[in-house]
Design a protein around this ligand. Structure first.
Ligand code: IMP
Length: 451
């Protein structure tokens, strides 16, 4: 009944648009990992919304959004996002629940990240500089500060002593002008006064929502190849963007996950450093970048572009147990004479058909291409499968055959309406299953069970 939306490549696959499309059929959208390193662009009737931390479901009135314990939260970034949305006419109001177990990003995390990237030199990750990695490091190092801790006002309590210890470690690591822990403590306390009304136990809330028959959309950020365990380590983000992150990042069991939809572009992009086997360095890469407007929604950085990599997507199908794919940005390939599609990697004398673990091996892989004919009639804005040129249908069929799962959604433009829902496919069946359960009892209040 629930549905998960997961990136099947290196992030930026168009998850925001797909989540936005599916949201009319759910009453809750829950994010389970990452932070404001994500940038989900949603275009509705000419208006453009860019979401970083808030689940994309927030654009739908009446839909409630959960930020799970697996997410890392920078309160300043959150408030700024809420204000930007309000200026665009979208009120968050009481539709947001922030897990009391989520970890908090503080200014020293950003400082430490800058230091770590500088020290890495040409081995830098090319992070988004949002403090994401150091916050997850503190979590694993058991010195992190969680949302629930922010309510502690005393100068000698847990919050104050954790801030003091972490600021002192930061000052020691960085040298130079010192950060003042008392000023930060005061800032954090002020942030808590603004946050408190949204904070609660997300696991309890979701369990009760499931009992009440509510349908939930589980929203991933980044993508499979950026996952800390299954991605192109060490050139990854610091959280589990893959399906396992849903259970740990929300406090729900595996049966609650439901169907798993993977999102893949009709080609490949990546931001930051690390191997990208199908990367195009010359005019072809520039063409994809310009026609696909491939610049980061969070950082504005140009994205590295390449042809569709079926080895990588097949890997994502396996690691996540994907039920189907949504293929986005098909229209960006309009007008090409032929379209190369990577079916395997050549490494030295060998042929690899499974995604390798070692970044050195991956960096030495050369793509093996199959070349499919392009299409002269544009797919841009096409909204019915039957209206796609036969060559575009053949391209999609090849993606299906190589990934081993059906394509359920095809996106042919940035607007919500420029979308083909494959008849009888996973999403079509899921949507027909049941619309938003308006007659069901309301789910519990957000703060039920919070400490
Ligand atoms: P971090 O998540 O800021 O630590 O960055 C680690 C790596 O993940 C870098 O290569 C980033 O460019 C990449 N990354 C993080 N978030 C996103 C995203 O939302 N889309 C695409 N790449 C991302």
């Amino acid at each position: 009944m629930n549905i998960a939306v997961i990136g099947a490549q290196w992030g930026d696959e168009g998850k925001g648009k797909v989540v936005d499309l599916l949201t009319p059929n759910v009453s809750i959208v829950a994010r389970y990992q990452g932070g404001h390193n994500a940038g989900h662009t949603v275009r509705v009737g000419g208006a453009e919304f860019i979401l970083h931390l808030l689940p994309s479901g927030i654009l739908h009135p009446g839909v409630r959004c959960v930020i799970g314990n697996g997410v890392v939260i920078d309160p300043v970034a959150l408030f700024s996002e809420i204000e930007t949305l309000a200026a665009q006419g979208v009120e968050v109001g009481d539709r947001l629940l922030i897990s009391d177990r989520a970890h908090v990003i503080l200014p020293y995390h950003r400082d430490l990240e800058a230091l770590s990237e500088a020290r890495r030199g040409d081995q830098r990750i090319g992070t988004t500089s949002r403090g994401i990695g150091p916050t997850y490091e503190d979590k694993a190092g058991r010195r992190g500060i969680r949302v629930a801790d922010l309510g502690d006002a005393s100068e000698d309590g847990f919050l104050a002593s954790a801030i003091r210890a972490n600021v002192s470690a930061r000052n020691e690591a960085l040298g130079g002008p010192e950060a003042d822990w008392r000023a930060l403590h005061a800032e954090v306390r002020a942030a808590w006064r603004r946050l408190a009304g949204w904070v609660g136990d997300a696991s309890v809330f979701l369990a009760r929502a499931f009992e009440a028959g509510e349908r939930v959309l589980l929203e991933g950020a980044q993508g499979t190849l950026l996952d800390i365990d299954h991605g192109t380590y060490p050139f990854v983000t610091s959280s589990n963007a893959t399906v396992g992150g849903i259970c740990t990042g929300l406090g729900i069991g595996p049966r609650a996950v439901g169907s798993v939809l993977g999102i893949a572009k009709a080609y490949t992009t990546r931001v930051g450093e690390g191997p990208l086997p199908t990367e195009l360095h010359g005019a072809e890469g520039d063409l994809l970048r310009e026609s696909g407007r491939e610049y980061g929604a969070s950082t504005g950085r140009p994205r590295r572009c390449g042809w569709y990599d079926a080895v990588a997507v097949r890997y994502a199908v396996r690691v996540n147990g994907l039920d189907a794919l949504a293929v986005t940005k098909l229209d960006v390939l309009d007008g090409l004479d032929e379209i190369p599609l990577c079916t395997a990697y050549r490494h030295g004398e060998g042929l690899l058909t499974e995604f390798p673990a070692s970044p050195a091996i991956l960096a030495g892989c050369r793509p093996v291409y199959e070349r499919l004919p392009g299409w002269s009639r544009p797919t841009a804005g096409v909204r019915r499968y039957g209206d796609l040129p036969p060559e575009a249908r053949a391209y999609l069929a090849r993606i299906e055959a190589l990934s081993g799962v059906p394509v359920a959604i095809i996106s042919t433009g940035s607007d919500r309406a420029d979308t083909i829902l494959v008849r009888g496919g996973l999403v079509d069946r899921w949507q027909a299953g049941r619309a938003r359960p308006v007659s069901q009892p309301r789910p519990p209040a957000f703060n039920a069970g919070s400490s």
